[in-house]
Design a protein around this ligand. Structure first.
Ligand code: ZN
Length: 397
């Protein structure tokens, strides 16, 4: 593990701090990191007695924010124009690619990711290696293979599963592999010929069985769902997040509010596909209507009070790892105030992943910190200029 040696304890100072909760920024801010935890976060004037004698790192012009969280990545995939064709052929090669992509995430200030689909245990293994300190990367909450129907989306990143009993069995098989959440493919997808992205994939009883089994075993569920019908049946089943959700009607938004599910819009996914010079035309044609509907659906959802979380779908065509700060730029362009956008990639996201002592700069939380090169509150793109990244109090970038 490389990175500059970090004093412990250490004080970080910057003109501003956003704590990740959605609160407005503090000015003239300081953080005290000690033994991997945050011992103080707030105005420099409030630092505890004696802190002025501790080693300090000054970041003029910067903003202190929690280490970023990307709730939707595919570590085995690297942004090839054709996702399926670009996947490395062996599990060993895919795991090596996942290690390299994890590093790319960390270099951009991402200290926690949720991996939502791999052929096998690749992302689970990367997460274990990060926890053991063997490699440097974000902590990983991995789904293992996505649960998808015969003829459904991304079978090459999934476990093909049909029927109520088989849904329960697939949840258990992923649990045995080390998964900490479940990904279910509830509609067709842009990248896979077959089911239309607007059409539901699974029956209601199948989704109900999957979600109840996952929750019974302590696993949260993320549903890939693009069209209204699939979004609604996934929400009725009780999923914890909807991934993509490009077509949302009033009924779907009401279901979000009733169930407390979060929305991961993944703006970068269609953006990469439509902007990618080598992405096949048939994929662009399938992505276009979804991209057009997306901003309207996202606005309607967040205005109604649906909590947004930031996920990039990194690894999909022309969507390389480490882009979550750019995803937030799309959210702000769509009308979300900056502190709420930052919350979508920090506190809200970490809470969805069941890691609520991360994604927030407050006393007692894990010392995961991104030092962003600029005034984030005035310019969200400052998050794309990482000056330093700390994970569990250690400077890794
Ligand atoms: Zn995905």
């Amino acid at each position: 593990m490389t990175g500059p040696a970090t004093p412990d304890p250490v004080v970080l100072r910057a003109p501003r701090l956003l704590d990740g909760t959605g609160a407005p920024p503090f000015d003239d801010a300081a953080l005290l990191l000690e033994a991997g935890r945050i011992a103080y976060a707030g105005p420099a004037a409030g630092l505890p007695e004696g802190a002025d004698r501790l080693p300090a790192l000054d970041f003029p012009g910067a903003t202190l924010v929690p280490g970023l969280v990307d709730v939707h990545v595919h570590l085995v995939a690297s942004g090839h124009p054709d996702l399926a064709a670009g996947l490395p052929k062996t599990e060993v090669e895919r795991t090596i690619a996942a290690v390299a992509n994890a590093r790319r995430q960390l270099d951009q200030g991402v200290t926690l990711v949720r991996d939502l689909g791999a052929p096998g245990a690749e992302a689970v293994l990367v997460g274990r290696a990060v926890e053991e300190g063997t490699i440097a990367g974000p902590r990983v909450v991995a789904a293992g293979p996505a649960v998808t129907m015969t003829g459904g989306h991304i079978p090459y990143l999934g476990r093909v599963t049909d029927g109520v009993e088989a849904m329960r069995a697939s949840v258990r098989a992923n649990l045995a592999m080390g998964a900490r959440c479940i990904k279910v493919v509830a509609t067709g997808g842009v990248l896979t010929p077959g089911v239309d992205p607007r059409e539901p994939a699974y029956t209601q009883p199948e989704l109900d069985a999957l979600v109840s089994e996952a929750h019974r075993l302590g696993l949260t569920v993320a549903a890939h769902a693009i069209g209204e019908g699939g979004v609604a049946s996934a929400l009725r089943a009780g999923v914890d997040s909807i991934e993509h959700g490009m077509f949302l009607d009033e009924a779907a938004i009401e279901l979000f509010l009733r169930t407390g599910a979060r929305l991961t819009p993944t703006f970068l996914a269609p953006h990469g596909i439509l902007g990618g010079p080598s992405v096949p035309g048939w994929i662009k044609d399938r992505a276009r209507p979804a991209a057009e509907a997306q901003v309207r659906s996202f606005r309607a959802a967040v205005e109604a009070g649906v909590p947004a979380v930031a996920g990039t779908d990194a690894g999909t065509p022309d969507n390389p790892h480490g882009g979550v700060a750019r995803e937030l730029e799309f959210m702000v362009d769509a009308g979300l105030p900056v502190p709420r956008a930052v919350r979508a990639a920090t506190a809200e996201a970490a809470d969805l992943l069941g890691v609520s002592d991360r994604g927030v700069l407050r006393r007692g939380a894990a010392a995961d910190v991104l030092v962003a090169g600029g005034d984030v509150a005035a310019d969200i793109t400052a998050l794309q200029r990482p000056l330093a990244v700390f994970q569990d109090g250690r400077r890794l970038v």
